[in-house]
Design a protein around this ligand. Structure first.
Ligand code: GA4
Length: 345
């Protein structure tokens, strides 16, 4: 299989580094705001624990994902193709990127989820409720984090970022990725749902090592404002540090991972850093991750807030609409540095 973004695997080394884990229940608000801002500046990434999202809400949507991915290839394809929303297998985007995964990609609004639910689940109401309840909760978490960043930046209107994703016409989306194991009857969870996936042909991977160097989802940054990810207890996620080392993120299903996206980097004039990351496919255990990508409405203007612009720090990027940025992202490859196309110089 041709995996376009394999070059960075050879160029960049992996190392273990303490990445921030922020306990939302522990700190006083001003301290919490500063910790979050610092993590967004240094890594563009952090994990949160004691986030307040109930295990029941998480496990309902996780179960829906498991049920869906255990279906036959034919049944799954009823939900596709993912151009731009639906079921995808190995193909990512429109320009030839590939990964060892399958996924469902949905618009994160109740109307569109109701519409899709019929082709995804035999019990569309159950699917719709599980996904909508989950999205509602992660959207609240994303808003809370955006508000804390605004507070830490001393912005008078603390809703300056969060209102973009609360807007009824926000272009946010929701994705469930399944990185299958190569082992039949793998030991992931008690019910062994993914090892029996009839859609995955182990011969596809014959030429690849069974150690963990298969690329599940290649190196990229997320185009949106903020991403909230939750995975099962199987590792694979790695983030790229500022000094170009791959940092493996220990899996923990009790925590959420938070990623700064390109639009947030532009809104903060480069003060926050959009984090490049990738997912390695684990050969012995199936990994499932769920991502909420918080985006503004298509017509929203992405321009730096005044607090981050000065004579010493002039605007790095020209203003653009989210729609324009999204179109550019989809016209490029996964690993491209698309924000560089929007610099002023
Ligand atoms: C990365 C973040 C989200 O998963 C996503 C991805 C999208 C896709 O898989 O269709 C993109 C990718 C993501 C970045 C650049 C473009 C678009 C594939 C691709 C090559 C849904 C998104 O919004 O951008």
């Amino acid at each position: 299989m041709v995996v376009p973004s394999q070059a960075p695997l050879r160029m960049k080394k992996t190392r273990a580094v303490g990445i921030p884990v922020i306990d939302l229940s522990l700190e006083e608000r001003p301290k919490l705001c500063q910790l979050i801002l610092k993590a967004c500046e240094e890594f563009g990434f952090f994990q949160v624990q004691n986030h307040g999202i109930s295990e029941e809400i998480i496990s309902r949507v996780e179960r829906e994902g498991q049920d869906f991915f255990s279906k036959t290839a034919c049944e799954k394809q009823r939900a596709g193709p993912p151009t731009p929303f639906g079921y995808g297998c190995k193909n990512i985007g429109f320009n030839g990127d590939k990964g060892d995964l399958e996924y469902i990609l949905l618009e994160a609004n109740p109307h569109s989820i109701s519409h899709r639910a019929n082709s995804i689940s035999q019990d569309p109401t159950k699917f719709r409720c599980a996904v909508n309840d989950y999205i509602e909760e992660v959207r609240k978490l994303a808003c809370e984090i955006l508000e804390m960043v605004a507070e830490a930046l001393w912005v008078e209107d603390k809703f300056i970022f969060s209102k973009l994703i609360r807007d009824g016409s926000s272009d946010s989306c929701f994705r469930i990725n399944h990185y299958p194991s190569l082992v039949k009857g793998d030991d992931n969870d008690d019910d062994d749902w993914s090892g029996r996936n009839p859609n995955i042909n182990p011969q596809l991977f014959d030429h690849q090592s069974k150690s963990s160097n298969r690329i599940g989802f290649g190196e990229h940054s997320d185009p949106q404002i903020l991403t909230i990810l939750r995975s099962n207890n199987v590792g694979g996620l790695q983030i790229l540090s500022a000094d170009a080392f791959w940092i493996p993120i220990p899996p923990d299903s009790d925590k959420f991972c938070v990623f700064v996206g390109d639009a947030f980097q532009a809104l903060t004039n480069g003060r926050l850093r959009s984090v490049r990351h990738r997912a390695m496919a684990n050969s012995t255990k199936a990994r499932m991750s769920m991502m909420y990508f918080a985006a503004p409405p298509l017509s929203a203007c992405i321009a730096p807030i005044p607090q981050v612009v000065s004579i010493e720090k002039p605007c790095i990027y020209r203003p653009f609409t989210w729609g324009e940025y999204k179109t550019t992202a989809y016209s490029l490859r996964l690993a491209d540095h698309r924000l560089d196309l929007f610099t002023n110089s």
